[in-house]
Ligand binder design. Structure first.
Ligand code: COS
Length: 383
């Protein structure tokens, strides 16, 4: 499936595919088993421009439109979702928050490093007791003269142990979403500690961490946006983050399609290729349909973003559909592979393990349904 792309978009996609086929695909099993990518891949990805997509050239990025960004995220998802996560969180969640809400000084301080991959960001919203109910988070930031002193704990934070800057959401006011403020906390600040979480089902190549903030002192200039604006910053950013996750899922589905077709047309049983059996074609047709439908939903979001139009509910639909499609497609791919699909020599099982979290993070499938339901009915089922 394809809609028309510009020459620049086509050439970035081809460049990304070629790069990842050489630099990521041959290593992904090893990275997955080691529970860490080789960190030299970050500088290599930066050279291609992954970290600078949609960050303006004046801040060291490539500029570029959102469709180019989702093409890049699709290629990363097809090659290794752990890489997609590293880029999406640093460039997408942190870089775009700074771009959208930062002062000129904050942009100058952080964006050139993020855009060129010399600095990584992490996004500290989720806590041990607040996942879906993000508006209830309990980390606190109290004023002390012209500083803020932050105390709290954050959980499941991608890039947590590698990041140079953590975008931390903490409560400066009363209960609920309106009491939350965002801070850009350099991870070397005294009282900031990150501990890596091991033993994940998927996304094993990326660092996922628990953050502990114990009286972390930052100046007022570290505050992103105004006091009480933090939840809005988080939600605005997550709307785009969901498009990024969905684009990565398109890549997973596409990868499942390619590997399934490859296997089904070369492996023979009962004297003919697997692809010659109607029940195998049934699964391949489902994966193919999932690839097209997911991609169309994602590209619609990119088009809305590029035209400056509201896209939040379109993002929820894309994220909901593409993440569930990725799980379905990977499951189908394993079924087509049979026993071989159960070992990591072939990509199908990694696709399934990586896909599984996509229906959970950046808003579960259930949260996306409630957002879509609220938009359709005007009635909130959250309260
Ligand atoms: N963009 C901009 N502002 C938004 C917004 C969005 N997408 N969503 C909500 N807001 C604003 C609202 O406009 C409202 O502002 P006012 O106080 O000025 O009216 C405020 O934020 C509170 O919004 P709302 O009442 O919708 O918040 P709720 O607590 O009812 O629910 C949900 C919000 C559940 C939808 C939200 O907490 C959510 O998305 N949870 C999932 C969190 C998540 O994705 N976690 C993963 C973290 S990253 S792995």
């Amino acid at each position: 499936m394809d809609l028309s792309l510009s020459v620049e978009q086509e050439s970035f996609r081809a460049l990304a595919r070629d790069f990842l086929e050489k630099e990521a695909v041959p290593h992904r099993i090893e990275w997955d088993r080691n529970e860490s990518v080789d960190l030299s891949i970050i500088a290599k990805m930066a050279e291609i421009g992954f970290f600078g997509l949609t960050i303006p050239e004046e801040y060291g990025g490539l500029g570029g439109d959102y469709l180019t960004y989702v093409l890049g995220m699709e290629e990363l998802g097809r090659a290794d979702s752990a890489l997609r996560g590293i880029v999406s969180v640093s460039n997408g969640l942190v870089g775009k928050s700074i771009l959208g809400f930062g002062t000129e000084e904050q942009k100058q301080e952080w964006l050139p490093g993020i855009a060129t991959g010399t600095k990584l960001g992490c996004f500290g919203l989720t806590e041990p007791d607040t996942g879906s109910d993000a508006g209830n988070l309990t980390a606190r930031a109290r004023r002390d003269g012209s500083d803020y002193v932050i105390t709290g704990q954050k959980l499941f934070i991608t890039n947590g142990t590698w990041a140079d800057v953590a975008l931390v959401f903490a409560r400066t006011g009363g209960d609920g979403p309106r009491g939350i403020t965002a801070f850009l906390v350099p991870t070397g600040t005294a009282g900031f500690e990150a501990r890596e979480i091991k033993g994940k089902l998927g996304l094993r190549g990326q660092a996922t961490a628990e953050l502990f903030l114990s009286d972390v002192r930052v100046p007022e200039s570290a505050r992103l946006g105004e006091e009480g604006q933090g939840f809005k910053i988080a939600m605005t950013t997550l709307d785009k983050g969901r498009v990024s996750v969905a684009a990565g899922c398109v890549g997973i589905v596409q990868g499942c399609l390619e590997t399934s077709v490859d296997y089904a047309t070369t492996r023979t049983q009962f004297g003919r290729p697997l692809a010659g059996f109607q029940l195998v074609q049934d699964m391949i047709a489902d994966i193919s349909l999932d690839a097209d439908a997911s991609r169309l939903l994602v590209w619609r979001c990119a088009d809305l973003i590029d035209r400056g139009l509201p896209f939040g509910i379109a993002a929820s639909k894309a994220k909901l559909f593409a993440s569930e499609a990725a799980v379905r497609a990977a499951n189908n791919a394993i079924q087509i592979y049979g026993g071989a699909g159960y070992i990591d020599e072939y990509p199908a099982q990694k696709y399934l393990r990586d896909a599984r979290v996509m229906t959970l993070y950046e808003g579960t499938s259930q949260i996306q349904k409630l957002l879509i339901g609220r938009a359709e009915t005007g009635i909130s089922a959250f309260v």
